[in-house]
Design a protein around this ligand. Sequence first.
Ligand code: GLN
Length: 490
Amino acid sequence: MTDLTSLTLAEARTGLANKTFTSLELTDAHLKAIAAARALNAFVLETPDQARTMARDADAKIVKGQGGPLAGIPLGIKDLFATKGVRTTACSKILDNFVPTYESTVTSQIWRDGAVMLGKLNNDEFAMGSSNETSCFGPVANPWRREGSNTTLVPGGSSGGSASAVAALLCMGATATDTGGSIRQPAAFTATVGMKPTYGRCSRWGIVAFASSLDQAGPIGRTVRDASILMRSMAGHDPKDTTSVDREVPDFEAAIGKSVKGMKIGLPKEYRLDGMPAEIEKLWSEGAAWLKAAGAELVEISLPHTKYALPAYYIVAPAEASSNLARYDGVRYGLRVPGRSIGELYEHTRGQGFGAEVRRRVMIGTYVLSAGYYDAYYLRAQKVRTLIKKDFEDCFAKGVTAILTPATPSAAFGIGEKGADPVEMYLNDIFTVTVNMAGLPGIAVPAGKDAQGLPLGLQLIGRPFDEETLFSLGEVIEQAAGRFTPPKWW
Ligand code: GLN
């Protein structure tokens, strides 16, 4: 029998249904892979006992023909999703003893559909970062390395554990979240598929909040089809999240293989950056050519406010973060560092509980929201946000079906390579933040490799609630580019 960990989720689903193997066997194979891959630091908590119990339950249901759409499929969960009775930290010291008494809506839906939890996955602290280096559990290693080099590279962030674990075949898929690119950028860095759904498609309830108007959950999968299968279980209306949209959840998988003939694909001229590596340009043109060969029509479009997206995001996101993170005060839950007064208790707890990047964001956010600066920064950023959204609306109104862009301005970089200047790190999000600012769906699909053998991804941006088209187009790229798996060194 082939190694069970090398199957795609869709293949495993068939194998389970045909009783070629059991969920317990599939789960054990992944638990073994996880135990042998601790060097990657992708998991911050392994839950083997729970995994085996869930796998046995799934097997019993499959035998009775009662297995759900994810019956018996072992998955990893980003440590930003609250899991009942299982430590959930957001990879912050301030929450390192937090065991939720409730389950997030998204994870409860995937358990409802029969999935098996392998454990919790590493991420940047409170999902703030692009490299997974801000986690209190330390950085995650990308399973990919430059050809002929032993340098450890970052898997991207903030969902670095999710991407690394999926790429290294430690889990069949993973949950992730995306506030400014945290699903798509790590997917691009690891040759996995990451889908950030339309804002409101997945419930945010029970997910540790970073910037509530931008945060959205989504899957990272081994293939476009796998991501589409996961999406169906993760999506859906939830009255407990007022921003969740009451809309039918389509069978996203049915979009795979649908013709893209006649679709109008926009190529935004503002994404052609000065100094962009030639390899990224080439990848982008190749992607466009593949879509054209599949019958799509390519058009140049303009998204004129793109250049303001990054600065505006780095006002809006920290502003919301500073407000969301006010709850970590050492009184209600999480870390408490005593002081002589309540003020000192707050200061000690927050000073010692939050890492440097989180403290920086809280300070920036507090500043831009403070009296006297609110209009100059926060209000102006919100106005820019409206203009960014309008840029996209104008293109869609002119008949553009979806937009093709690079996913990242470069391939994965080394651990510690970009730490010194925070702005250098923020620049990584240049192609992804606009999508969050506009609330649109976006998918990152592996599309090729750079000269050093590292994976590169392309991004497709869709109309609101048109994730299906992104899955159809994404699969065209996947078919043309092929699947990439890293050589095992860990
Ligand atoms: N890298 C971006 C940031 O640091 C986005 C993170 C995210 O999407 N959670 O804010």
